[in-house]
Write a protein that binds this ligand. Structure first.
Ligand code: ADP
Ligand code: MG
Length: 489
Protein backbone atom coordinates (compact mmCIF):
# COMPACT_ATOMS: atom_id res chain seq x y z
CA UNK A 1 0.00 0.00 0.00
CA UNK A 2 2.81 2.39 0.76
CA UNK A 3 3.50 2.44 -2.96
CA UNK A 4 0.28 4.38 -3.35
CA UNK A 5 1.11 7.25 -1.02
CA UNK A 6 0.60 10.72 -2.46
CA UNK A 7 2.60 13.40 -0.63
CA UNK A 8 2.69 10.97 2.30
CA UNK A 9 -1.09 10.41 2.37
CA UNK A 10 -2.96 7.19 1.84
CA UNK A 11 -6.14 7.44 -0.24
CA UNK A 12 -9.29 5.59 0.90
CA UNK A 13 -12.26 5.15 -1.41
CA UNK A 14 -15.63 3.43 -1.04
CA UNK A 15 -18.32 3.27 -3.74
CA UNK A 16 -22.07 3.42 -3.83
CA UNK A 17 -23.42 2.51 -7.26
CA UNK A 18 -26.99 2.93 -8.44
CA UNK A 19 -27.81 0.43 -11.14
CA UNK A 20 -31.15 0.74 -12.89
CA UNK A 21 -32.60 -2.73 -13.27
CA UNK A 22 -33.78 -4.05 -16.62
CA UNK A 23 -37.43 -4.52 -15.76
CA UNK A 24 -40.10 -3.32 -18.15
CA UNK A 25 -42.24 -1.81 -15.42
CA UNK A 26 -41.41 0.13 -12.28
CA UNK A 27 -40.52 -1.29 -8.91
CA UNK A 28 -43.88 -0.56 -7.26
CA UNK A 29 -46.17 0.29 -10.19
CA UNK A 30 -47.05 -0.89 -13.70
CA UNK A 31 -45.78 2.22 -15.50
CA UNK A 32 -43.09 1.62 -18.15
CA UNK A 33 -39.39 2.26 -17.48
CA UNK A 34 -38.22 2.86 -21.08
CA UNK A 35 -35.71 5.69 -21.41
CA UNK A 36 -36.33 8.81 -23.49
CA UNK A 37 -40.13 9.12 -23.54
CA UNK A 38 -41.87 12.53 -23.53
CA UNK A 39 -41.72 13.95 -20.00
CA UNK A 40 -44.40 12.71 -17.61
CA UNK A 41 -45.91 10.16 -20.00
CA UNK A 42 -44.62 7.21 -17.98
CA UNK A 43 -45.70 8.15 -14.48
CA UNK A 44 -48.87 6.62 -13.15
CA UNK A 45 -50.90 7.47 -10.05
CA UNK A 46 -48.57 5.45 -7.82
CA UNK A 47 -45.48 7.23 -9.15
CA UNK A 48 -47.22 10.59 -8.67
CA UNK A 49 -48.09 9.59 -5.08
CA UNK A 50 -51.76 10.35 -5.50
CA UNK A 51 -53.73 9.74 -2.29
CA UNK A 52 -55.06 6.23 -1.93
CA UNK A 53 -52.46 4.54 -4.13
CA UNK A 54 -50.39 1.68 -2.76
CA UNK A 55 -47.10 0.16 -3.89
CA UNK A 56 -46.96 -3.40 -5.21
CA UNK A 57 -43.56 -5.09 -5.35
CA UNK A 58 -42.26 -6.03 -8.83
CA UNK A 59 -41.14 -9.66 -8.70
CA UNK A 60 -38.67 -9.16 -11.57
CA UNK A 61 -36.79 -6.51 -9.61
CA UNK A 62 -36.34 -8.92 -6.70
CA UNK A 63 -35.17 -11.60 -9.10
CA UNK A 64 -32.52 -9.23 -10.50
CA UNK A 65 -31.30 -8.57 -6.95
CA UNK A 66 -31.06 -12.31 -6.30
CA UNK A 67 -29.06 -12.75 -9.50
CA UNK A 68 -26.66 -10.06 -8.37
CA UNK A 69 -26.28 -11.58 -4.94
CA UNK A 70 -25.38 -14.93 -6.46
CA UNK A 71 -23.01 -13.34 -8.98
CA UNK A 72 -20.90 -11.67 -6.28
CA UNK A 73 -21.08 -14.52 -3.77
CA UNK A 74 -23.21 -12.50 -1.36
CA UNK A 75 -25.90 -13.69 1.03
CA UNK A 76 -29.45 -13.36 -0.29
CA UNK A 77 -31.45 -12.51 2.78
CA UNK A 78 -34.55 -14.68 3.27
CA UNK A 79 -36.25 -11.64 4.72
CA UNK A 80 -35.62 -7.97 4.06
CA UNK A 81 -37.46 -4.79 4.92
CA UNK A 82 -38.50 -1.75 2.90
CA UNK A 83 -38.08 1.55 4.67
CA UNK A 84 -39.05 5.12 4.00
CA UNK A 85 -36.18 7.54 3.55
CA UNK A 86 -37.69 10.94 4.15
CA UNK A 87 -36.50 14.07 2.39
CA UNK A 88 -38.02 16.93 0.46
CA UNK A 89 -37.19 17.52 -3.13
CA UNK A 90 -39.44 18.51 -6.02
CA UNK A 91 -38.69 15.33 -7.98
CA UNK A 92 -39.86 13.12 -5.11
CA UNK A 93 -43.65 13.38 -4.98
CA UNK A 94 -44.20 11.20 -1.91
CA UNK A 95 -41.76 13.17 0.21
CA UNK A 96 -39.93 9.95 0.86
CA UNK A 97 -38.07 7.34 -1.15
CA UNK A 98 -38.84 3.68 -0.62
CA UNK A 99 -35.50 2.00 0.04
CA UNK A 100 -34.04 -0.70 2.26
CA UNK A 101 -32.19 0.33 5.37
CA UNK A 102 -31.59 -2.07 8.23
CA UNK A 103 -32.03 -5.36 6.39
CA UNK A 104 -31.08 -5.21 2.69
CA UNK A 105 -31.87 -8.03 0.26
CA UNK A 106 -28.19 -8.79 -0.48
CA UNK A 107 -25.51 -8.78 2.20
CA UNK A 108 -21.77 -9.12 1.69
CA UNK A 109 -20.14 -10.52 -1.42
CA UNK A 110 -17.05 -9.30 -3.22
CA UNK A 111 -15.77 -8.09 -6.55
CA UNK A 112 -12.42 -9.33 -7.86
CA UNK A 113 -10.46 -7.78 -10.68
CA UNK A 114 -6.98 -7.11 -11.96
CA UNK A 115 -5.28 -3.75 -11.65
CA UNK A 116 -2.53 -4.20 -14.18
CA UNK A 117 -1.15 -7.61 -13.23
CA UNK A 118 -2.17 -7.32 -9.59
CA UNK A 119 -5.29 -9.05 -8.31
CA UNK A 120 -7.59 -6.95 -6.14
CA UNK A 121 -10.64 -7.78 -4.07
CA UNK A 122 -13.20 -5.19 -3.00
CA UNK A 123 -15.65 -6.35 -0.35
CA UNK A 124 -19.28 -5.41 -0.70
CA UNK A 125 -21.28 -4.32 2.32
CA UNK A 126 -24.68 -4.73 0.78
CA UNK A 127 -26.93 -4.30 -2.23
CA UNK A 128 -30.41 -3.00 -1.60
CA UNK A 129 -33.51 -2.36 -3.67
CA UNK A 130 -34.97 1.10 -3.91
CA UNK A 131 -36.89 3.38 -6.25
CA UNK A 132 -35.32 6.06 -8.40
CA UNK A 133 -36.50 9.67 -8.12
CA UNK A 134 -37.76 11.85 -10.97
CA UNK A 135 -35.65 14.47 -12.67
CA UNK A 136 -35.57 18.24 -12.38
CA UNK A 137 -35.10 19.94 -15.73
CA UNK A 138 -33.41 23.33 -15.65
CA UNK A 139 -32.07 23.77 -19.17
CA UNK A 140 -35.21 24.61 -21.14
CA UNK A 141 -36.63 27.10 -18.69
CA UNK A 142 -36.04 30.68 -17.62
CA UNK A 143 -36.57 31.41 -13.91
CA UNK A 144 -38.30 28.12 -13.36
CA UNK A 145 -37.62 24.39 -13.41
CA UNK A 146 -39.54 21.53 -14.93
CA UNK A 147 -40.10 18.16 -13.32
CA UNK A 148 -40.11 14.92 -15.30
CA UNK A 149 -41.43 12.01 -13.26
CA UNK A 150 -40.84 9.32 -15.88
CA UNK A 151 -37.87 8.05 -13.89
CA UNK A 152 -39.71 8.10 -10.55
CA UNK A 153 -40.14 4.53 -9.39
CA UNK A 154 -37.57 2.98 -11.74
CA UNK A 155 -36.07 0.04 -9.84
CA UNK A 156 -32.55 0.53 -8.54
CA UNK A 157 -30.13 -1.81 -6.92
CA UNK A 158 -27.72 0.26 -4.83
CA UNK A 159 -24.44 -1.58 -4.39
CA UNK A 160 -22.24 -0.41 -1.51
CA UNK A 161 -18.59 -1.33 -0.96
CA UNK A 162 -16.35 -1.31 2.07
CA UNK A 163 -13.78 1.52 1.90
CA UNK A 164 -11.30 -0.90 0.31
CA UNK A 165 -9.89 1.02 -2.63
CA UNK A 166 -6.59 2.87 -2.39
CA UNK A 167 -6.27 4.85 -5.62
CA UNK A 168 -8.37 6.39 -8.38
CA UNK A 169 -7.08 3.72 -10.76
CA UNK A 170 -8.27 0.98 -8.44
CA UNK A 171 -11.65 2.70 -8.04
CA UNK A 172 -12.12 2.92 -11.81
CA UNK A 173 -11.05 -0.71 -12.24
CA UNK A 174 -13.61 -1.72 -9.60
CA UNK A 175 -16.36 0.28 -11.31
CA UNK A 176 -15.51 -1.31 -14.66
CA UNK A 177 -15.61 -4.77 -13.13
CA UNK A 178 -18.95 -4.11 -11.45
CA UNK A 179 -20.28 -2.74 -14.75
CA UNK A 180 -19.10 -5.94 -16.42
CA UNK A 181 -20.86 -8.12 -13.88
CA UNK A 182 -24.25 -6.38 -14.01
CA UNK A 183 -24.31 -6.23 -17.79
CA UNK A 184 -23.03 -9.81 -18.12
CA UNK A 185 -25.88 -11.19 -16.03
CA UNK A 186 -28.27 -8.81 -17.76
CA UNK A 187 -29.74 -7.07 -14.71
CA UNK A 188 -28.70 -3.60 -15.98
CA UNK A 189 -28.16 -2.27 -19.51
CA UNK A 190 -25.07 -0.44 -18.29
CA UNK A 191 -25.80 2.68 -20.34
CA UNK A 192 -23.90 5.32 -18.39
CA UNK A 193 -24.95 8.30 -20.52
CA UNK A 194 -28.58 7.49 -19.86
CA UNK A 195 -27.92 7.15 -16.14
CA UNK A 196 -28.41 3.39 -15.90
CA UNK A 197 -25.15 2.97 -13.94
CA UNK A 198 -24.29 5.91 -11.64
CA UNK A 199 -21.45 5.84 -9.17
CA UNK A 200 -20.91 7.89 -6.02
CA UNK A 201 -17.27 7.87 -4.91
CA UNK A 202 -16.57 8.43 -1.19
CA UNK A 203 -13.04 9.75 -0.88
CA UNK A 204 -10.87 10.44 2.16
CA UNK A 205 -7.16 10.61 2.91
CA UNK A 206 -5.07 9.78 5.97
CA UNK A 207 -1.52 9.26 7.09
CA UNK A 208 -0.68 5.54 6.93
CA UNK A 209 -1.74 3.74 10.09
CA UNK A 210 -4.17 6.46 11.19
CA UNK A 211 -7.94 6.00 11.57
CA UNK A 212 -10.11 6.75 8.54
CA UNK A 213 -10.21 10.41 7.54
CA UNK A 214 -13.37 12.41 6.93
CA UNK A 215 -14.82 11.62 3.54
CA UNK A 216 -16.45 13.67 0.85
CA UNK A 217 -18.87 11.96 -1.50
CA UNK A 218 -18.65 12.77 -5.22
CA UNK A 219 -22.14 12.18 -6.62
CA UNK A 220 -23.37 10.73 -9.89
CA UNK A 221 -20.22 9.93 -11.81
CA UNK A 222 -21.52 8.64 -15.12
CA UNK A 223 -18.38 8.06 -17.15
CA UNK A 224 -15.17 6.23 -16.26
CA UNK A 225 -13.13 9.15 -17.54
CA UNK A 226 -14.88 11.69 -15.31
CA UNK A 227 -14.65 9.23 -12.43
CA UNK A 228 -10.87 9.18 -12.68
CA UNK A 229 -10.59 12.95 -13.13
CA UNK A 230 -12.99 13.72 -10.28
CA UNK A 231 -11.27 11.44 -7.78
CA UNK A 232 -7.80 12.67 -8.75
CA UNK A 233 -8.89 16.27 -8.32
CA UNK A 234 -10.59 15.51 -5.01
CA UNK A 235 -7.51 13.77 -3.59
CA UNK A 236 -5.24 16.73 -4.37
CA UNK A 237 -7.83 19.17 -3.06
CA UNK A 238 -8.07 17.31 0.26
CA UNK A 239 -4.30 17.12 0.60
CA UNK A 240 -4.06 20.86 0.01
CA UNK A 241 -6.72 21.53 2.65
CA UNK A 242 -4.95 19.45 5.29
CA UNK A 243 -1.54 20.87 4.39
CA UNK A 244 -2.95 24.37 4.84
CA UNK A 245 -4.22 23.40 8.28
CA UNK A 246 -7.92 23.14 7.40
CA UNK A 247 -10.22 20.29 8.32
CA UNK A 248 -12.20 18.26 5.79
CA UNK A 249 -15.92 18.72 6.34
CA UNK A 250 -18.03 15.70 5.46
CA UNK A 251 -20.04 16.75 2.44
CA UNK A 252 -21.59 15.84 -0.85
CA UNK A 253 -19.79 17.25 -3.86
CA UNK A 254 -20.39 17.47 -7.58
CA UNK A 255 -17.84 17.11 -10.36
CA UNK A 256 -17.88 19.72 -13.09
CA UNK A 257 -16.44 18.21 -16.29
CA UNK A 258 -15.91 21.67 -17.79
CA UNK A 259 -13.57 22.84 -15.02
CA UNK A 260 -12.34 19.40 -13.93
CA UNK A 261 -13.12 20.39 -10.33
CA UNK A 262 -15.24 19.01 -7.52
CA UNK A 263 -17.38 21.44 -5.54
CA UNK A 264 -19.37 21.02 -2.34
CA UNK A 265 -23.11 21.05 -2.92
CA UNK A 266 -24.26 20.43 0.64
CA UNK A 267 -22.84 19.21 3.92
CA UNK A 268 -23.66 15.58 4.25
CA UNK A 269 -26.81 14.47 6.01
CA UNK A 270 -26.63 11.78 8.67
CA UNK A 271 -28.89 8.80 8.32
CA UNK A 272 -30.79 10.26 11.30
CA UNK A 273 -31.78 13.20 9.08
CA UNK A 274 -33.68 10.82 6.86
CA UNK A 275 -35.88 9.53 9.70
CA UNK A 276 -35.90 6.03 8.27
CA UNK A 277 -38.73 3.77 9.37
CA UNK A 278 -40.22 0.56 7.96
CA UNK A 279 -42.75 1.26 5.20
CA UNK A 280 -46.17 0.22 6.58
CA UNK A 281 -47.51 -0.16 3.01
CA UNK A 282 -45.12 -3.00 2.14
CA UNK A 283 -44.81 -6.32 3.92
CA UNK A 284 -41.34 -7.70 4.58
CA UNK A 285 -39.79 -9.10 1.40
CA UNK A 286 -39.55 -12.86 1.75
CA UNK A 287 -37.24 -14.77 -0.59
CA UNK A 288 -37.68 -18.52 -0.25
CA UNK A 289 -34.54 -20.59 -0.68
CA UNK A 290 -36.28 -22.52 -3.48
CA UNK A 291 -36.50 -19.26 -5.42
CA UNK A 292 -32.79 -18.61 -4.95
CA UNK A 293 -32.03 -22.18 -6.09
CA UNK A 294 -34.19 -21.71 -9.15
CA UNK A 295 -32.47 -18.45 -10.09
CA UNK A 296 -29.07 -20.11 -9.57
CA UNK A 297 -30.02 -22.99 -11.84
CA UNK A 298 -30.95 -20.61 -14.65
CA UNK A 299 -27.99 -18.28 -14.44
CA UNK A 300 -25.50 -18.09 -17.29
CA UNK A 301 -21.93 -19.04 -16.42
CA UNK A 302 -20.44 -16.07 -14.57
CA UNK A 303 -17.29 -14.30 -15.71
CA UNK A 304 -15.24 -15.53 -12.75
CA UNK A 305 -16.36 -19.13 -13.14
CA UNK A 306 -15.77 -18.97 -16.86
CA UNK A 307 -12.29 -17.52 -16.33
CA UNK A 308 -11.46 -20.34 -13.89
CA UNK A 309 -12.70 -22.87 -16.45
CA UNK A 310 -10.56 -21.30 -19.19
CA UNK A 311 -7.49 -21.69 -16.96
CA UNK A 312 -8.35 -25.29 -16.25
CA UNK A 313 -9.55 -26.43 -19.68
CA UNK A 314 -7.23 -24.45 -21.94
CA UNK A 315 -4.19 -23.99 -19.73
CA UNK A 316 -4.02 -20.23 -20.29
CA UNK A 317 -2.75 -17.88 -17.54
CA UNK A 318 -5.30 -16.41 -15.13
CA UNK A 319 -4.52 -12.91 -16.37
CA UNK A 320 -5.51 -13.96 -19.90
CA UNK A 321 -8.65 -15.69 -18.69
CA UNK A 322 -9.82 -12.62 -16.77
CA UNK A 323 -9.12 -10.35 -19.71
CA UNK A 324 -10.93 -12.65 -22.15
CA UNK A 325 -14.03 -12.68 -19.98
CA UNK A 326 -14.57 -8.92 -20.24
CA UNK A 327 -17.77 -9.53 -22.17
CA UNK A 328 -19.73 -12.64 -23.06
CA UNK A 329 -19.06 -11.94 -26.75
CA UNK A 330 -15.30 -11.84 -26.25
CA UNK A 331 -15.34 -14.98 -24.10
CA UNK A 332 -17.38 -16.94 -26.61
CA UNK A 333 -15.17 -15.74 -29.44
CA UNK A 334 -12.09 -16.97 -27.60
CA UNK A 335 -13.64 -20.32 -26.84
CA UNK A 336 -14.64 -20.87 -30.48
CA UNK A 337 -11.13 -20.03 -31.71
CA UNK A 338 -9.44 -22.11 -29.02
CA UNK A 339 -11.59 -25.13 -29.85
CA UNK A 340 -11.31 -24.85 -33.63
CA UNK A 341 -7.54 -24.22 -33.65
CA UNK A 342 -6.45 -26.27 -30.61
CA UNK A 343 -4.09 -23.33 -29.96
CA UNK A 344 -5.59 -21.68 -26.87
CA UNK A 345 -2.59 -19.59 -25.83
CA UNK A 346 -2.06 -18.37 -29.36
CA UNK A 347 -5.77 -17.59 -29.61
CA UNK A 348 -5.60 -15.66 -26.36
CA UNK A 349 -2.58 -13.62 -27.50
CA UNK A 350 -4.17 -12.66 -30.80
CA UNK A 351 -7.54 -11.85 -29.30
CA UNK A 352 -6.15 -9.74 -26.44
CA UNK A 353 -3.59 -8.10 -28.74
CA UNK A 354 -4.15 -7.55 -32.44
CA UNK A 355 -7.91 -8.17 -32.52
CA UNK A 356 -8.73 -6.02 -29.51
CA UNK A 357 -6.62 -3.22 -30.96
CA UNK A 358 -8.39 -3.33 -34.29
CA UNK A 359 -11.84 -3.54 -32.73
CA UNK A 360 -11.11 -0.69 -30.33
CA UNK A 361 -9.93 1.49 -33.18
CA UNK A 362 -13.23 0.77 -34.97
CA UNK A 363 -15.27 1.22 -31.75
CA UNK A 364 -16.60 -2.30 -32.10
CA UNK A 365 -17.17 -5.09 -29.61
CA UNK A 366 -16.49 -8.76 -30.27
CA UNK A 367 -20.17 -9.31 -31.05
CA UNK A 368 -19.54 -7.21 -34.17
CA UNK A 369 -16.10 -8.59 -35.04
CA UNK A 370 -15.93 -8.79 -38.85
CA UNK A 371 -13.40 -11.63 -38.70
CA UNK A 372 -15.07 -14.94 -37.91
CA UNK A 373 -13.68 -17.11 -35.14
CA UNK A 374 -13.20 -19.94 -37.65
CA UNK A 375 -11.13 -17.79 -40.00
CA UNK A 376 -8.89 -16.72 -37.13
CA UNK A 377 -8.59 -20.35 -36.05
CA UNK A 378 -7.52 -21.33 -39.58
CA UNK A 379 -4.88 -18.64 -39.59
CA UNK A 380 -3.56 -19.75 -36.19
CA UNK A 381 -3.23 -23.30 -37.38
CA UNK A 382 -1.00 -21.99 -40.20
CA UNK A 383 1.19 -20.28 -37.60
CA UNK A 384 1.25 -23.47 -35.56
CA UNK A 385 2.39 -25.60 -38.51
CA UNK A 386 5.09 -23.02 -39.32
CA UNK A 387 3.59 -21.94 -42.65
CA UNK A 388 3.26 -18.39 -41.32
CA UNK A 389 5.56 -16.31 -39.17
CA UNK A 390 3.88 -13.99 -36.67
CA UNK A 391 4.65 -10.99 -38.83
CA UNK A 392 3.33 -12.61 -41.98
CA UNK A 393 0.19 -13.57 -40.05
CA UNK A 394 -0.44 -9.89 -39.32
CA UNK A 395 -0.41 -9.24 -43.06
CA UNK A 396 -2.88 -12.10 -43.58
CA UNK A 397 -5.10 -10.70 -40.83
CA UNK A 398 -5.21 -7.30 -42.57
CA UNK A 399 -6.10 -9.00 -45.83
CA UNK A 400 -8.98 -11.09 -44.52
CA UNK A 401 -10.19 -8.76 -41.74
CA UNK A 402 -13.43 -7.53 -43.24
CA UNK A 403 -13.68 -9.48 -46.45
CA UNK A 404 -15.86 -12.47 -47.11
CA UNK A 405 -14.29 -15.80 -48.04
CA UNK A 406 -16.14 -16.08 -51.38
CA UNK A 407 -17.58 -19.43 -50.44
CA UNK A 408 -14.17 -20.89 -49.52
CA UNK A 409 -13.64 -22.92 -46.37
CA UNK A 410 -11.66 -20.85 -43.82
CA UNK A 411 -8.43 -22.85 -44.26
CA UNK A 412 -8.62 -22.78 -48.06
CA UNK A 413 -9.20 -19.04 -47.90
CA UNK A 414 -6.22 -18.45 -45.62
CA UNK A 415 -4.03 -20.62 -47.87
CA UNK A 416 -5.10 -18.65 -50.92
CA UNK A 417 -4.19 -15.35 -49.25
CA UNK A 418 -0.81 -16.76 -48.15
CA UNK A 419 -0.21 -17.83 -51.75
CA UNK A 420 -1.35 -14.61 -53.36
CA UNK A 421 0.78 -12.49 -51.07
CA UNK A 422 3.78 -14.81 -51.14
CA UNK A 423 3.86 -15.06 -47.35
CA UNK A 424 4.80 -18.69 -46.93
CA UNK A 425 7.55 -18.98 -44.35
CA UNK A 426 10.84 -20.42 -45.59
CA UNK A 427 11.12 -23.72 -43.77
CA UNK A 428 13.29 -25.23 -46.43
CA UNK A 429 16.81 -25.46 -44.98
CA UNK A 430 18.51 -25.40 -48.38
CA UNK A 431 16.89 -22.11 -49.36
CA UNK A 432 17.73 -20.62 -46.00
CA UNK A 433 21.34 -21.78 -46.24
CA UNK A 434 21.74 -19.96 -49.54
CA UNK A 435 20.56 -16.73 -47.94
CA UNK A 436 22.76 -17.21 -44.87
CA UNK A 437 25.85 -17.98 -46.95
CA UNK A 438 25.25 -14.79 -48.88
CA UNK A 439 24.96 -12.72 -45.74
CA UNK A 440 28.04 -14.32 -44.16
CA UNK A 441 30.30 -13.69 -47.12
CA UNK A 442 29.15 -10.07 -47.38
CA UNK A 443 29.91 -9.48 -43.69
CA UNK A 444 33.31 -10.91 -43.05
CA UNK A 445 34.25 -8.37 -40.37
CA UNK A 446 31.04 -9.00 -38.41
CA UNK A 447 31.89 -12.69 -38.42
CA UNK A 448 35.36 -11.82 -37.05
CA UNK A 449 33.72 -9.87 -34.22
CA UNK A 450 31.38 -12.73 -33.38
CA UNK A 451 34.30 -15.10 -33.28
CA UNK A 452 35.93 -12.62 -30.88
CA UNK A 453 32.87 -13.01 -28.62
CA UNK A 454 30.75 -9.97 -29.53
CA UNK A 455 27.16 -11.18 -29.58
CA UNK A 456 25.77 -7.84 -30.69
CA UNK A 457 27.17 -8.54 -34.12
CA UNK A 458 25.34 -11.88 -34.12
CA UNK A 459 21.97 -10.16 -33.65
CA UNK A 460 22.78 -7.79 -36.46
CA UNK A 461 23.38 -10.76 -38.76
CA UNK A 462 20.06 -12.37 -37.76
CA UNK A 463 18.41 -9.09 -38.72
CA UNK A 464 20.14 -9.14 -42.10
CA UNK A 465 19.07 -12.73 -42.85
CA UNK A 466 15.47 -11.96 -41.87
CA UNK A 467 15.56 -8.92 -44.13
CA UNK A 468 17.05 -10.85 -47.03
CA UNK A 469 14.28 -13.44 -46.66
CA UNK A 470 11.67 -10.65 -46.68
CA UNK A 471 10.58 -11.73 -43.22
CA UNK A 472 9.68 -15.21 -44.39
CA UNK A 473 12.44 -17.09 -42.64
CA UNK A 474 11.66 -18.82 -39.38
CA UNK A 475 13.64 -16.80 -36.79
CA UNK A 476 14.50 -19.86 -34.73
CA UNK A 477 15.86 -21.72 -37.77
CA UNK A 478 17.89 -18.65 -38.71
CA UNK A 479 19.37 -18.50 -35.24
CA UNK A 480 20.31 -22.19 -35.17
CA UNK A 481 21.72 -22.36 -38.68
CA UNK A 482 23.68 -19.15 -38.33
CA UNK A 483 25.32 -20.34 -35.09
CA UNK A 484 26.21 -23.66 -36.63
CA UNK A 485 27.68 -22.08 -39.76
CA UNK A 486 29.76 -19.52 -37.89
CA UNK A 487 31.06 -22.21 -35.53
CA UNK A 488 32.12 -24.25 -38.54
CA UNK A 489 33.94 -21.36 -40.24
P1 ADP B 1 -23.88 6.57 4.53
O1 ADP B 1 -24.82 5.77 5.34
O2 ADP B 1 -23.72 7.96 5.00
O3 ADP B 1 -24.10 6.48 3.07
P2 ADP B 1 -21.95 4.49 4.76
O4 ADP B 1 -21.30 4.13 6.05
O5 ADP B 1 -23.02 3.62 4.23
O6 ADP B 1 -22.43 5.98 4.84
O7 ADP B 1 -20.82 4.58 3.68
C1 ADP B 1 -21.08 4.94 2.40
C2 ADP B 1 -19.87 4.65 1.56
O8 ADP B 1 -18.75 5.42 1.98
C3 ADP B 1 -19.42 3.22 1.63
O9 ADP B 1 -19.07 2.80 0.33
C4 ADP B 1 -18.20 3.24 2.51
O10 ADP B 1 -17.28 2.25 2.18
C5 ADP B 1 -17.63 4.60 2.21
N1 ADP B 1 -16.87 5.17 3.30
C6 ADP B 1 -17.21 5.22 4.60
N2 ADP B 1 -16.26 5.86 5.30
C7 ADP B 1 -15.30 6.25 4.43
C8 ADP B 1 -14.08 6.97 4.55
N3 ADP B 1 -13.64 7.45 5.71
N4 ADP B 1 -13.37 7.18 3.43
C9 ADP B 1 -13.79 6.73 2.24
N5 ADP B 1 -14.92 6.06 2.06
C10 ADP B 1 -15.69 5.82 3.16
MG1 MG C 1 -25.30 5.46 1.62
Amino acid sequence: MSANLIHGYEVVIGFETHTQLTTRSKIFSRAATAFGAEPNTQACAVDLALPGTLPVMNRQAVERAIQFGLAVGGHVSPLSIFARKNYFYPDLPKGYQISQFEIPVVQGGEVEFFLGQEKKTVRLVRAHLEEDAGKSLHEDFVDQSGIDLNRAGTPLLEIVTEPDMRSSAEAVAYAKELHKIVTWIGICDGNMQEGSFRCDANVSIRRPGEALGTRREIKNLNSFKFMQQAIDFEILWQIEQLEEGHKIIQSTVLFNPDTGETKAMRTKEDSADYRYFPDPDLPPLVVASAWVDDVRAHMAELPRAMAARFVKDYGIPEYDAITLTQTQAMAHYFESVAKASSQPKMASNWIMGELSRKLNAAHLGFEACPLSALTLAAMLSRIADATLSNNAAKVVLEAVWDLSPDGLEPLAWIDRVIDQKGLKQINDTKALEVIIDGVLSANADQVEQIKAGKDKAFNALIGQVMKASQGKANPKDVNDLLRAKIAAL
